[in-house]
Design a protein around this ligand. Structure first.
Ligand code: SF4
Length: 294
């Protein structure tokens, strides 16, 4: 890893602010979109760039904000990689979010998030905290191939269960669904049943498939050659160089998703899930009658 002083930390998109404390990721997911060339990494993806001044930047940004909002993190890089246990930057940022009573939507695949459960609890009580977890396969062996350096799905479900006990709402990303790999009804069904059992609020999926582009495609195909001999050829024949690679079972899986979610009162349209994650209840938004949104 290497350290930098970033110029800024918060980006604003619609009603939601986003931040990435780290750049690059060590979880090693074979399908990782963040590896794509379009993100213009100037260092190897596993050589994590640490924005060492993230807490100071965040505090300055929140101090100057006139209106509170949800702050999202974890979209481009997991906030609970191994290095976080040593550096504690995510924890420091959560302390600042708690201090200024902003909301938080935090996405991870790691059970290390449990280290900060006290802060998540406090943020949820003072404003709102949503924990987002990605679940792609219920099969432990497959999980260790797809997402080799992070805890498996069963452990992630235990994390979701812990959130449920504390009343912290959760959203699950059931994505990507990899053609001919995890795109079975059995897999999707098992994941959704567990989500329902642990009270997940909503499921995000983008059409039951995978996206690939330059940078990420090469890495994915290397992994296919290593773990699923012959599958790369099948992909190339079916999808060529397409960006969207929907599973051949997409229709059936989407139907299953809709049915299971309706049955169990879980949100299943991405726009509904995002609306829920971006929305800070009005009583928390107002800081004073005279404040102006910045
Ligand atoms: S956790 Fe996310 S950012 Fe990290 S390797 Fe996996 S897909 Fe990429």
């Amino acid at each position: 890893m290497h350290f930098v002083d970033a110029k800024g930390i918060l980006t604003t998109n619609g009603g939601r602010c986003g931040m990435n404390i780290y750049r690059g990721c060590s979880h090693g997911c074979i399908y990782c979109d963040s590896r794509s060339k379009c993100y213009q990494f100037t260092h190897p993806f596993e050589d994590i760039e640490v924005k060492q001044n993230a807490p100071e930047l965040l505090e300055a940004a929140l101090k100057s904000k006139r209106k509170k909002c949800m702050i999202g993190t974890g979209a481009m890089s997991d906030p609970y990689m191994h290095c976080e246990m040593e550096l504690g930057l995510t924890r420091k940022c959560l302390e600042i979010i708690r201090m200024y009573e902003f909301g938080l939507a935090i996405q991870t695949k790691s059970d290390r998030i449990l280290r900060d459960i006290d802060l998540l609890d406090d943020i949820n009580r003072a404003a709102k905290c949503v924990v987002e977890m990605t679940l792609t396969t219920f099969d432990d062996e497959l999980c260790s191939i797809l997402e080799p350096n992070v805890c498996n799905t069963k452990r992630r479900i235990e994390v979701l269960e812990e959130m449920q006990k504390r009343g912290i709402p959760t959203i699950v990303w059931i994505t990507p669904i990899l053609p001919y790999i995890n795109d079975t009804e059995e897999n999707v069904s098992q994941i959704l049943d567990e989500c329902a059992r642990v009270g997940v609020k909503g499921i995000i999926d983008f059409g039951m498939g995978l996206t690939l582009r330059e940078g990420d495609r090469e890495y994915y195909y290397e992994a296919l050659d290593k773990h699923f001999p012959g599958l790369k050829r099948k992909y190339i024949e079916r999808y060529g160089n397409a960006y969207d690679l929907p599973s051949p079972n997409a229709k059936r899986l989407l139907k299953l998703l809709r049915e299971k979610c309706k049955e169990n009162n879980m949100l299943y349209k991405p726009e509904d899930c995002f609306e829920y994650m971006n929305e800070l209840p009005e009583r928390f938004e107002q800081m004073s009658l005279f404040d102006i949104d910045n």
